[in-house]
Write a protein that binds this ligand. Structure first.
Ligand code: GTP
Ligand code: SPV
Ligand code: MN
Length: 587
């Protein structure tokens, strides 16, 4: 039974069903009974496996196809009428041509299968800033993930209007040669075919909440960003919020859930997680920038998550969680991944589905991009403001990436416009979150390179315009790098919980509570102003981490010139000026 009488919704579903030809159509009402029934069905076919109910209640394991384990940036398209609107950093095809191409792939793709209709909300259902979508999919795995990652069901169907975002997903043959993740921003439409992996198929996430929403934000005067949102409570009980953009697999989930070092905890510091991946930001009635997390769960990187690095994330995954492409421990029907502990199981199945012995195997058991899908409400440090539709007021915006050299531990931009420049020149080593080479430094402006739904230079202009609107109420903008390495390639900064030491300085800067020194690239802390107690890092090491190597930065400037050239005369003059000013300061 359809959950709505909305003609626009029903007509579109009819069209999609006529094309894909499913045997039946089932609406997802969001009830536990229906989800439980789907879990049982998926267990019966082997699509998912139920894990140890005592140790991991309500948890399941899923393995994707071996060729389908990450986002596929080379097969991700922005199809707007004018190629110029997609810009030089997106793949583009004429919408009519793309619709025709996709039609062939979708025709009959759901024969013998069921089409599930998922009404979902990004944001608190019924709140002024929530936006709604419908995802049609032939995958129970997608339904179960969407029910964790977003608010789904009848409550959404009740409020959905004509302006919903349309999403069609068909697994088809999981054929990598015919895999397409396509966005039609002018039609609020997303079409995904031949994949069953996370970011390619959970259409509320990167496809809607970033690529489509970035276009909506440009048109409506707000921002959709690849950012975590975090509240830091100081010993006075005051909570200050920041939003941070790091590229995929560069530490957002970990920072969002960090546990303060012991000596901070003793003094009363606490950290509250509002979001770990996506932020929608608007100017509030008070003129400040407010951020809300449109998601309802975490789709986090499993490897490296352990009791020491991120106990909050680990605890979040102990119930009601779906694990994808991790190791299946057959001894006690639980899961394992590299970096969980030093005790890999001997009787196990690896992410490819092959027998695996962790004591003797030389191959990794879990895929480096293996993930957990866990309800946000499981998180021990979930913010009391998590469901506040207004979101939280942002004091600092933090950019960051993986740089073995060049970028210092932390610096502050000179002002908003310079901060936009700092975001625009972000560079980071690629990770396993997308297919392709890993560890190659590439420019990833605002961590949005794979997620901006329009011309990157117009996006930068939008940032500059937002700064004008915010005026002196704009958040301060910073850049961090937890990933500087020594000559042996080891990380110098301890990272994880110890990152709070840097956040403390950042937030104090926002409230004029600490000094800084001016460098060619921006403001840096006096090394003495970073609390190093019990960190294992000495003052000289910290000074090294804060060092700005002029020669490396001159190379950097050359690289930025080359990068900026891609954008031609669309590049905002302000950013060209900032680059010239940086060059001047370095000389
Ligand atoms: P996406 O979900 O892909 O957007 O990733 P993310 O930005 O949320 O990254 P996440 O927090 O999952 O971290 C990815 C990897 O970086 C994990 O293997 C972490 O262990 C590692 N990592 C996170 N924070 C730090 C840190 O402060 N220092 C070091 N050395 N590694 C870190
Ligand atoms: C990322 O790659 O930034 C992720 C995982 O958060 S995915 O949902 O695949 O995009
Ligand atoms: Mn992400």
């Amino acid at each position: 039974m359809a959950l709505t009488k909305n003609r626009a919704v029903l007509d579109w579903i009819d069209q999609m069903a006529a094309m894909t030809q499913p045997d039946q159509i089932i609406w997802i009402d969001g009830t536990e009974a229906q989800l439980e029934d789907l879990r049982a069905q998926a267990c019966a076919t082997g699509e998912i496996e139920k894990l140890n109910e005592e140790k991991l209640p309500g948890c399941y394991l899923h393995r994707t196809a071996v060729n389908d384990v990450a986002r596929v940036e080379d097969r991700t398209f922005i199809c707007c009428r004018k190629q110029e609107d997609a810009g030089p950093t997106n793949n583009w095809m004429n919408p009519q041509e793309m619709y025709a191409k996709l039609k062939k792939l979708y025709t009959g793709a759901m024969k013998g299968r069921t089409m599930y209709v998922i009404p979902y909300s990004m944001g608190v259902v019924g709140s002024p800033f929530a936006k709604y979508g419908i995802e049609l999919t032939d995958s129970i795995y997608v339904v179960l993930n969407m029910a964790i990652m977003t608010r789904v069901g009848q409550a959404v169907a009740d409020v959905i209007g004509d302006d919903f975002v349309k999403g069609l997903h068909a697994k088809a043959d999981i054929d990598p040669e015919n895999r397409y993740i396509v966005h039609f921003p002018e039609d609020n439409t997303i079409m995904s075919v031949n994949s069953g992996y996370g970011g390619n198929v959970l259409l509320g996430k990167k496809c809607f909440a970033l690529r489509i929403a970035s276009c909506l934000g440009r048109d409506e005067g707000w921002m959709a960003e690849h950012m975590l949102i975090l509240g830091v409570e100081n010993p006075q009980g005051e909570v200050r919020y920041l939003a941070a953009a790091f590229p995929s697999a560069c530490g957002k989930t970990n920072l969002a859930m960090l546990i303060p070092p012991e000596h901070y905890r003793k003094k009363g510091w606490k950290v509250w997680c509002v979001g770990d991946d996506i932020a929608w930001l608007r100017v509030g009635p008070d003129g400040r920038l407010w951020a809300m997390n449109p998601e309802y769960g975490f789709f986090g990187v499993a490897p490296g998550t352990n009791e020491k690095s991120n106990p909050n994330a680990l605890h979040t995954t102990q119930k009601g969680t779906i694990f994808t492409n991790v190791v299946h421990n057959l001894d006690d029907n639980t899961v394992w991944w590299e970096g969980l502990d030093k005790n890999p199981p001997e009787h196990a199945v690896d992410w490819k589905g092959n027998p695996w012995n962790g004591k003797t195997s030389t191959e990794k058991g879990a895929h480096p991009n293996s993930r957990f899908t866990a309800p946000a409400k499981n998180c021990p440090c979930i913010s009391p403001e998590f469901e506040n539709p207004a979101g939280v007021p942002i004091s600092a915006i933090v950019f960051g990436g993986r740089r073995a050299k060049t970028a210092p531990l932390v610096y502050q931009s000179r002002d908003w416009d310079h901060g936009v420049f700092v975001g625009s020149i972000m560079a980071s080593e690629t990770t396993a979150a997308a297919t392709g080479a890993v560890g190659v430094v590439r420019r990833d402006p605002m961590a949005m390179l794979p997620f901006c739904g329009y011309h990157m230079a117009d996006y930068w202009q939008h940032w500059l315009d937002m700064g004008k609107t915010l005026g002196d109420k704009a958040p301060k903008i910073f850049n961090v790098n937890w990933f500087r390495t020594d000559d042996e390639g080891h990380f110098i900064w301890p990272g994880f919980g110890d990152n709070l030491r840097v956040l403390e300085w950042i937030l104090k800067r926002c409230f004029n509570e600490t000094d800084a020194v001016e460098t060619a690239i921006g403001y840096e802390p006096n090394a003495e102003d970073i609390d190093l107690e019990d960190s294992g890092v000495d003052l000289d090491t910290l000074k090294g981490l804060l060092g700005v190597d002029t020669a490396l930065w001159k190379d950097e400037v050359a690289g930025i010139h080359t990068f900026y050239q891609k954008f031609g005369d669309k590049l905002p003059a302000k950013l060209a000026d900032e680059l010239a000013a940086l060059e001047g300061r370095l000389n």
